[in-house]
Every structure is written in C-alpha cells, then in structure tokens.
Design a binder for this molecule. Structure first.
Ligand code: BG6
Length: 335
C-alpha cells in the first residue's frame, strides 16, 4: 500500500499524458459516442472508494456543467425502482471492473437500453467489456485491497471528463478551460511535494489507534474526502472512524465528541473555509484533538488550540481533493 500511495505522482502524470494534449492544451476523449446535446443528466454509480470519487465528481459536475447529477451506491442502485431516462449517461466507477454490485447496476442499465460509460483501472474487466464506452484510469495494478492510487485516478478522469463536457457545453470559456488544464499539468508535482509530509502524520497516527473512535469532517468536496479518510482508517487499522459533513455535526454527532478524541478537520482555504473553521472550534471546545488538514497560505489559521496542522500544496480549489486525500491515506497506513 505504501508503494501504491507513493506511486501517485506517477499515475497522475500517466493519466494526464493519456488524456491531455500538452501542445494544443485540449482534453482528448476519443470516440466519445454521444453528442453533447444527447445528454442532459449524469448518474454516477460505484462502491466503497469508487463511490466516494463519484461523490467528489458530483460537486464538480454541478459547478461546471448544466447536467442534473445523481449518484448512488451500486448495491442500492441495483435494487431501487429507477426511472431510467434516455438522455441520461450512466457512469460506473470501479477499480477492478469486477465488483458484483457495480456490474449488476450496469447490467440493469444495459437491459433498459441506457447509455453506459465505465471508469475502470482494469480494462479487460467485465464492467469495461459490457459498457458502451470506457475511460481507463491508467493506474497500473492495484494490489492493496484498500484502494488508494485508483481513487486519485478515478477523481482525475472524472474531473477531466467534467471539464471537457463543461467546455463543450460552453459553460466555461476557453481561457478558464486552458487555465484548468495548465493547473492539471502541475498536479503530479504537487502530489509529490504533499507526499513529503510524513513525520507529523506518523506521530498523529498513535492517537488514532489508541482512541475509542475518531471523526473526519469536511464540507463541499472535502466531505467525500472525509468519508474516504474514515473508510481507509476503518479498513486498514480496524478502528472506529466516522466521516461526516462538518455542518451536520450539530444535529447529533457532536454529542460523541469527548475529551481527547482525535478529529480530522479538512479545511482548505476555499469557499467553505470559514464555516468549517467554525465547526472545528465547536469540536475543540468539547475537548477534541483536532488534526487540521488545510493548504499552505500566507494567512494564519483562524483558530486556536489546534492539536496538529498539516498543510498541503496550493494551486487551485479544484485540486484540493487530490491533495487532501494523500495525508489521510498515510494516516491510515501508519495507523
Ligand atoms: C471494496 C474495497 O471491497 O471494494 C474498496 O475494499 C473498493 O477499497 C471497493 O473501493 C470497490 O471496488 P472497485 O474495484 O469496484 O473499485
């Protein structure tokens, strides 16, 4: 797993090389079988970590495209009474391409003659074979059961698809489109630098394994990253961890915060920053040990009594989910 976490700058580079023409600064999605006006909504489906990548993508698609966006966990989707729509693109995200629930959800769409696209790592897989269109994530074999590099790969392909469709829909102009592509070309290097943050995380992990439980909080696209951080900790360290939308804490879970409980707060300096910091102060007031994950900035963090702060690299808000994920993977690994 450590190897797979460390490979992330390389897989980001590989995927970008596959999808972006550096000279023309265009995202190339060759042979996309549908015209932009044939799609009015997108339905993203996956399990586990792959589902979390769908959840991050929902924020991007809603911000940058005109599509209605729905997401679901494959094991729910396959048993629901879905109102299938001809102008909807059903997207299935799976590292292995073999997860039974995701395959069953795809199969249901196929039987209803829907447009299907898969985002997979294993291109010879059943899900890839049976979908109308495949977008590979180019991560190389992922041996660790807990998905790490594939998560970054899935988010990256979903982000590039979103930006390409946004440009095709004329929702973003050429200048914005090319600015986003320019930022993507720096992502590999930013991941590399973020991977250097190590000893603080290793030290912090000791508190997570000793505690009865821990919380991971975030707002907006940091909320799915909080879910992912908690999932990694559960799956790898067998300790209880709960991912929660930071703004929802006051509706019950705050009652669980007790003296010394480790809480990860994801608060990069974005549009949610001030609100998340205010939620963080509430948990600190109840005695939580807050491990804050934010980004490097000239401005000091607007709070006192933070137990530990981790600062990831900064370039654009869109890239924060990639960068804030890395310390959480390491936290789970060391735990
Ligand atoms: C689980 C793994 O069993 O399957 C998760 O533990 C993974 O890490 C999930 O995210 C879904 O797998 P896949 O291959 O469909 O992405």
């Amino acid at each position: 797993m450590a190897k797979e976490i460390d490979e992330q700058p390389v897989i980001v580079k590989n995927s970008i090389n596959e999808y972006i023409d550096k000279i023309s600064r265009q995202i190339n999605i060759y042979n996309f079988p549908w015209k932009i006006n044939q799609i009015s909504s997108i339905f993203l489906v996956g399990c586990g970590t792959a589902y979390h990548s769908c959840l991050v993508a929902k924020y991007w698609f809603e911000e940058y495209t005109n599509f209605d966006v729905t997401i679901d966990i494959a094991s729910e989707f396959r048993y629901r009474k879905i109102n299938f729509k001809n102008n909807c693109l059903y997207v299935f995200v799976s590292q292995s391409g073999e997860t039974a629930d995701t395959y069953a959800a795809l199969d249901l769409c196929k039987k209803n003659k829907m447009k299907t696209c898969s985002i997979v790592n294993v291109v010879e897989s059943s899900i890839a074979r049976d979908s109308d269109f495949v977008l590979p994530i180019h991560c190389g074999p992922e041996i660790g059961v807990a998905s790490t590099k594939a998560f970054l790969g899935q988010m990256l392909v979903l982000y590039m698809l979103c930006i390409k469709l946004s440009f095709d829909q004329k929702k973003i102009n050429k200048k914005n489109y090319q600015e986003k592509i320019k930022n993507l070309l720096s992502l590999s290097n930013l991941c590399k630098k973020t991977l250097l943050i190590d000893s603080k995380i290793q030290k912090a992990s000791k508190s997570f394994i000793k505690a009865k439980g821990s919380m991971f909080l975030g707002r907006g696209y940091s909320f799915p990253i909080a879910l992912e951080g908690a999932l990694k900790l559960k799956e790898l360290a067998y300790v209880h961890a709960e991912g929660y939308p930071a703004g929802e804490m006051k509706h019950g879970p705050l009652a669980l915060i007790e003296e010394g409980m480790p809480v990860v707060v994801l608060a990069p300096r974005d549009e949610y920053y001030k609100k998340t910091v205010s939620n963080m102060q509430e948990v600190i007031a109840r005695g939580a040990k807050v491990l804050l994950v934010t980004n490097k900035s000239k401005n000091e963090v607007l709070s006192e009594n933070i137990w530990e702060t981790i600062e990831v690299e900064t370039l654009s808000e869109d890239l924060f989910p990639f960068l804030t994920t890395i310390p959480l993977q390491k936290l789970a690994y060391y735990s």
